[in-house]
Write a protein that binds this ligand. Structure first.
Ligand SMILES: Cc1cc2nc3c(=O)[nH]c(=O)nc-3n(C[C@H](O)[C@H](O)[C@H](O)COP(=O)(O)OP(=O)(O)OC[C@H]3O[C@@H](n4cnc5c(N)ncnc54)[C@H](O)[C@@H]3O)c2cc1C
Length: 674
């Protein structure tokens, strides 16, 4: 993603006397002056026959795609119908999820949405829920989970050019839209929203029977849609408009669009028996189990230790760190979106679960000239953004509550939580059964079912397995080829002092200090690649003190004098490109054979899909940022498995795809992908 693409220009609005918005850029109204809600119901909800279609969902999800989110009235109106439908037909949507994908190039800000929604008191419940989760105006995908009067809704807002965004989310994991709302500005003023390439992107995300509707009956619209296999009919328009269009996708051939990089194509089988096994009870495993459980899967979680969260995820405190990159590209984009997703997730999750989520803010200190340059570049790339604030040393001192020699980047919504409590809270879900004290020894696949051989002589079966046992994924034949690295770290606990208690946000330099928690204070940051060096906890604690003394040496001197309460050492698992491995597990031998032409010509197009181990997925290598990256990774995996819209773009998911190492090794002409 280029620098420019990362930036979003917000809607440029005028408001008329009746409180209706008007786009200055497109010289067009957003909503009918007659009755915006009646118009929305007539053109979109009724024309797509939603009320009737939702009566027979039987637990299945429904996906709506909207081109032009604007002030969100169609979304709110749809949510209202979705929840009313539940009230009338108790068995209808309660177990189903409504996915609402909406694109906008020039989105409203929160204040403008609030202003508009005040006109519609009947939508207050839905508007309040939307405003609580509405994302910052940042290019890319923002996936948000809402519970509306007991009904589940996932809003996937895609800020950017509509056609490009639709192309970026197209994937062969099988998610296809059920109904489209085409609600861009008039074709005469905004032809890009209705032309043939846009309609081709709609067709790629449609299936036989997908419906669409639009207020426009312009010739360009009809022509573009028909050319892309939509059958179109004219209907009487709303209020004083003569006509509108309704349509259905009716493809003449079943030819599938091919991706240029076929090796990233995702599997798309239908799983009828919704039973899953997750191996590993850390942040990766527990969050994945939770996401699957939320969508109706019965999950068995197998953990080797006596208790879940016994290894890296067993720390009493962890920070939610934003790895803000000064470069562009899909991985930088992933870091940022995973951070924003995590903040939103913890804010919602902590409302009903005790995880000690403390959004006290986090300051990344510019502790040397190189770091200062890096921060300035990163800031330039992302500015203006409400989620980062550059601070000079004086401002930083005021916010931190202790004396600081340098300023840095402040992340006001960040903070810390208790990872161990988080894992426990995830596994309280009624659909999750934990089997602890059991090591998964071997995985075998027979008669379309995976069998996990447990260390206590037990065996567990399910059609799918998610391997989330960190670097120990190497113990399974199917995943031993992945390059997983181990790094050791330690977090130390000290009694608080008068000075340390005045610290009011998390401070990070090479090491980090957390604000006091009742009587104790945590510091950390040390990283060692050699296990032998980790045996002496006291010397590691000294190194942690050295690292954090660059933040404020008075505090660390006091800690030295009082002495350590205790330490906790653990292993961080990462991969060579520092991104996690999340996705389906490829069959190594088969894929090496299929893609062997890449050894001779790294640029060759190999138009063949990978073969995966059926129903086998992996979620490992979250490095030192498990709290930031596991929420989106777990959500992403569950959506691949459920064939639902993903919270990431194709480019993001290619960065996480486990097969990337096999492909890059082939391209480097290595004989084996080990
Ligand atoms: C000292 C330290 C401080 C850290 N601080 C932070 C922080 O502040 N913020 C942050 O975001 N991240 C932090 N991290 C990183 C974070 O803890 C990790 O990214 C995260 O915990 C990884 O979770 P995981 O589930 O992949 O691995 P783990 O938590 O290690 O879980 C893997 C689980 O699999 C189990 N297992 C292994 N093999 C088997 C088997 N064969 N069968 C059954 N079970 C098996 C293990 O027992 C373990 O419970 C820190 C890490 C360390 C070590």
């Amino acid at each position: 993603m280029s620098n420019q693409e990362n930036k979003i220009t917000p809607a440029n609005l005028n408001w008329d006397d009746t409180g209706n918005p008007y786009s200055k850029d497109y010289q067009d109204i957003f909503y009918s002056r007659a009755d915006a809600l009646a118009e929305s119901s007539y053109i979109f909800l009724e024309a797509n026959n939603l009320a009737e279609r939702w009566q027979n969902l039987n637990g299945k999800s429904f996906i709506i795609g909207e081109c032009g989110f604007g002030g969100g009235l169609n979304f709110l109106n749809t949510c209202k119908l979705w929840s009313e439908n539940f009230a009338q037909h108790e068995s209808a949507p309660i177990n189903s999820t409504l996915y609402y994908l909406a694109c906008d190039l020039h989105p409203f800000n929160k204040k403008e949405l609030t202003h508009l929604h005040q006109k519609y008191p009947e939508l207050t419940t839905y508007s309040d829920a939307l405003l609580q989760v509405y994302p910052p105006l940042l290019a890319g995908i923002h996936s948000r989970y809402l519970i509306l009067k007991g009904c589940k809704v996932v809003l996937i807002l895609m800020f950017g050019d509509t056609r490009k965004m639709l192309e970026k989310v197209w994937q062969a994991n099988g998610f296809r839209v059920d109904a489209w709302y085409l609600d861009g500005f008039s074709p005469a003023l905004n032809a890009d929203m209705w032309d043939e390439p846009l309609c081709s992107a709609l067709a790629d995300l449609s299936k036989v029977g997908t419906t669409l509707s639009t207020y426009s009956a312009a010739g360009l619209v009809k022509k573009s849609l028909r050319k892309n296999d939509f059958t179109i009919e004219r209907k009487t328009g709303f209020a004083n408009k003569r006509h509108m269009l309704v349509g259905k996708y009716n493809p003449t051939s079943s030819q599938q669009k091919n991706s240029k990089t076929m090796w990233f194509q995702l599997p798309s089988p239908e799983y009828n028996d919704k039973k899953a096994i997750v191996i590993g009870g850390g942040l990766a495993g527990c969050s994945t189990a939770y996401e699957l459980a939320q969508t109706g899967w019965q999950v068995t979680l197998i953990e080797r230790e006596q208790k879940i969260a016994s290894k890296a995820s067993g720390n009493p405190r962890g920070i939610v760190y934003c790895k803000l990159s000064n470069s562009t590209g899909a991985s930088a984009d992933y870091y940022l979106h995973s951070y924003l997703f995590a903040l939103e997730h913890y804010q919602q999750f902590s409302k009903h679960n005790t995880i000690d989520w403390t959004p006290c803010g986090l300051l990344q200190i510019a502790y040397n000239p190189r770091e200062l340059t890096r921060q300035n570049q990163a800031l330039k790339k992302h500015s203006p953004a409400h989620f980062i604030k550059p601070l000079n040393a004086l401002e930083a001192t005021e916010i931190a509550g202790i004396n600081l020699d340098s300023g840095g980047l402040f992340f006001p919504e960040s903070g810390f939580l208790n990872p161990q409590a988080l894992c426990h809270a995830y596994t309280q879900h009624t659909n999750i059964t934990c089997i602890t004290n059991t090591k998964a020894l071997e995985l075998s696949y027979e008669n379309n079912i995976w069998h996990v051989q447990g260390s206590r002589g037990n065996s567990v079966q399910a059609p799918i397995i998610i391997i989330a046992n960190s670097h120990d994924a190497h113990s399974f034949q199917q995943t031993q080829h992945y390059p997983l690295l181990r790094n050791f770290g330690q977090i130390d606990e000290y009694p608080t002092t008068k000075l340390s208690r005045s610290l009011s946000c998390v401070l990070c330099a090479k090491g980090y200090i957390l604000p006091a928690n009742t009587k104790v204070q945590f510091i950390g940051g040390i990283t060692k690649s050699d296990e032998i060096l980790v045996t002496d906890r006291n010397s590691l604690a000294e190194e942690n003190l050295d690292l954090t003394s660059a933040i404020n040496s008075d505090i660390t001197e006091e800690f030295k004098k009082i002495g350590l309460i205790k330490s906790r050492t653990g292993v961080r698992c990462s991969s060579p490109d520092y991104l996690p491995l999340v996705g389906p597990v490829e069959n190594k031998n088969y894929c090496q054979e299929v893609y062997k032409a890449l050894r001779r010509n790294a640029k060759k197009d190999v138009v063949q899909e990978p073969v995966y181990e059926p129903g086998l997925f992996i979620n490992v290598a979250h490095g030192s940022h498990g709290l930031t990256s596991t929420p989106i990774a777990a959500n992403y995996l569950a959506n691949i498995i459920n064939k639902s819209p993903l919270p990431l773009t194709n480019a993001n998911l290619n960065c996480l795809h486990p097969i990337r190492y096999l492909i890059s090794n082939l391209k480097k002409q290595r004989e084996s992908a080990d």
